[in-house]
Write a protein that binds this ligand. Structure first.
Ligand code: SF4
Length: 386
C-alpha cells in the first residue's frame, strides 16, 4: 500500500429524504448523530490500526449531506482521521446540498483540508427541483458556487436529467446555466428509479417503502422515454464539450487538470477504504461493504466484528468494466499481465461480440467505448460478467 489509499467517509444525514434516492441516508436527529459519529470514530481508529496507519491520498466526504455536520463535529472527525492515518491528501472533496453551506461550517471543513466542493445542484429549473422532491431553490446553487470560489475551492456540479416532465429544451437550459457558473467539473446522471425496496429505508420514520413506491411509479410514468433520455445524454456531450469540458468518464466532464482524483482511484481499481454506513471498500483485490441500516452499522462497529468480504465479487470483470468507463479505456496487454491470459481472452471475446453494434472500438491493445457505447454501457458490461 505504498501509494496510499483513497478514503471515503459516509455521513448519512439529510434534512429530508429525496424520494428518488437510494443512498444510505437517515434523518439528522441529534441522538442518532451522536451515536453514529461515535461509531464512525471507532471504525476510523480500528481501520487505521489494522492497515498500519496508511497514507490517505484522496479523501471524499459523501452522503447523505455531510455539509450538515456542525463545526465541532467536523473538528472531531478531523482529529479522528489525523490520528488514524498519515494525513496528506492531495484532494479533499465534500458533497454539499446547495442550501446547507454556511461560513462557520465551511471554515471547519477548510481547517480539515477541504480542496473541492461537490454541489448537488441537480437542476436550475424550479419545476425540476419540485419534480425531484428537492428542497433547495434554483438560485441556491449559484450562491453556493460563489461561496466556494471565495474560499478558492474547486467546484463540481451534479446534475440530473430525465426528471418527470423535463423537455430537451429545459435540459439544454440547465446545462447552459451550469456552464455559465464556471465549475471545474460537471457530473450528469439520468434519473433512475429503482422500483424495489432498499436497505436505507429502515433509517427513516414514516410510510416506508409503500409511500416511496407510489411516488416512484408516478414519476417513472412521467419521465421522458428511453429515446428522449438518450437524446439528452447526447445534448450534454455536445453542450459541455462546446463549453470546454472533456468527457472523461461515462457521467463526468472536467476542465483540464480538474478530473476527480478520488473517483479516478475507483475507476483505476486502486485501493480505497470506505468508512460509515453503506460504505464500500476495495483493498488488496477484496471488496467488502458496511450495512446501510444505521443501527446494524453501529452494532457491527460496537461488536468489533470484521467486515464481511464479498465472496461473489469477480475482480477481473470489475476491473474491465471500471476501465471501460474512462475515456482512456482498457489496456488489454496490461490486463492480461495482471489477470492472466484466460481472463484476457474472455474479455477480448466479449468485446468482439459487441464491436459490430459500434459499442466498442478495439485498436491494438486498447479498447474504448464509442459514443454509442457510453450511452448503452450496460449492454457491454453485462457481457463482461463471468
Ligand atoms: S440530499 Fe442527497 S443523499 Fe440526501 S436524500 Fe437527497 S439525494 Fe439522497
Amino acid at each position: 500500500m505504498t501509494r496510499g489509499i483513497g478514503l471515503y467517509v459516509h455521513v448519512p444525514f439529510c434534512a429530508s429524504r429525496c424520494p428518488y434516492c437510494d443512498f444510505a441516508t437517515a434523518p439528522a436527529t441529534t441522538a442518532l448523530r451522536g451515536r453514529y459519529l461515535e461509531a464512525l470514530g471507532r471504525e476510523i481508529a480500528r481501520e487505521g490500526d489494522l492497515l498500519g496507519r496508511p497514507r490517505v491520498r484522496t479523501l471524499f466526504f459523501g452522503g447523505g449531506t455531510p455539509s450538515l455536520l456542525e463545526p465541532a463535529e467536523i473538528e472531531r472527525l478531523g482529529d479522528d482521521l489525523r490520528r488514524a492515518f498519515v494525513f496528506r491528501p492531495r484532494e479533499v472533496t465534500l458533497e454539499a446540498n446547495p442550501a446547507t453551506l454556511d461560513r462557520a461550517r465551511l471554515d471547519a471543513w477548510l481547517a480539515l483540508g477541504l480542496t473541492r466542493l461537490s454541489l448537488g445542484a441537480q437542476s436550475f429549473d424550479a419545476s425540476g427541483l419540485r419534480a425531484l422532491g428537492r428542497t433547495h431553490q434554483p438560485e441556491d446553487s449559484g450562491a453556493a458556487v460563489a461561496v466556494a470560489r471565495e474560499a478558492r475551492l474547486d467546484v463540481n456540479l451534479d446534475l440530473i436529467f430525465g426528471w418527470p416532465g423535463q423537455t430537451v429544451a429545459a435540459w439544454e437550459s440547465d446545462l447552459d446555466i451550469a456552464a455559465a457558473l464556471g465549475p471545474d467539473h460537471v457530473s450528469c446522471y439520468p434519473l433512475e428509479l429503482r422500483l424495489d425496496p432498499d436497505g436505507s429505508i429502515p433509517n427513516w420514520p414514516g410510510g416506508g417503502w409503500p409511500v416511496l413506491e407510489r411516488w416512484r411509479a408516478a414519476a417513472a410514468a412521467a419521465q421522458p422515454d428511453d429515446a428522449g433520455i438518450a437524446r439528452m445524454y447526447r445534448v450534454a456531450e455536445r453542450s459541455l464539450g462546446r463549453a470546454g469540458y472533456r468527457h472523461y468518464e461515462i457521467a463526468n466532464w472536467a476542465r483540464p487538470q480538474k478530473r476527480s482524483l478520488h473517483n479516478l482511484g475507483y475507476w483505476r481499481d486502486r485501493d480505497w477504504l470506505g468508512v460509515g454506513a453503506g460504505a464500500h471498500t476495495h483493498l488488496a483485490g477484496a471488496r467488502s461493504a458496511n450495512p446501510a441500516d444505521l443501527r446494524a452499522y453501529i452494532a457491527r462497529v460496537e461488536s468489533g466484528s470484521a467486515r464481511a468480504i464479498d465472496a461473489d465479487a469477480d475482480p477481473p470483470s470489475e476491473n474491465a468494466m471500471l476501465a471501460l468507463r474512462l475515456d482512456s479505456g482498457l489496456d488489454l496487454e496490461r490486463y492480461a499481465a495482471r489477470f492472466g491470459d484466460t481472463a484476457a481472452t474472455r474479455v477480448r471475446t466479449a468485446l468482439r461480440e459487441v464491436e459490430p453494434a459500434h459499442l466498442v472500438q478495439v485498436r491494438g491493445r486498447h479498447a474504448r467505448l464509442t459514443a454509442r457505447g457510453r450511452l448503452l454501457a450496460s449492454e457491454v458490461f453485462i457481457r463482461l460478467l463471468p
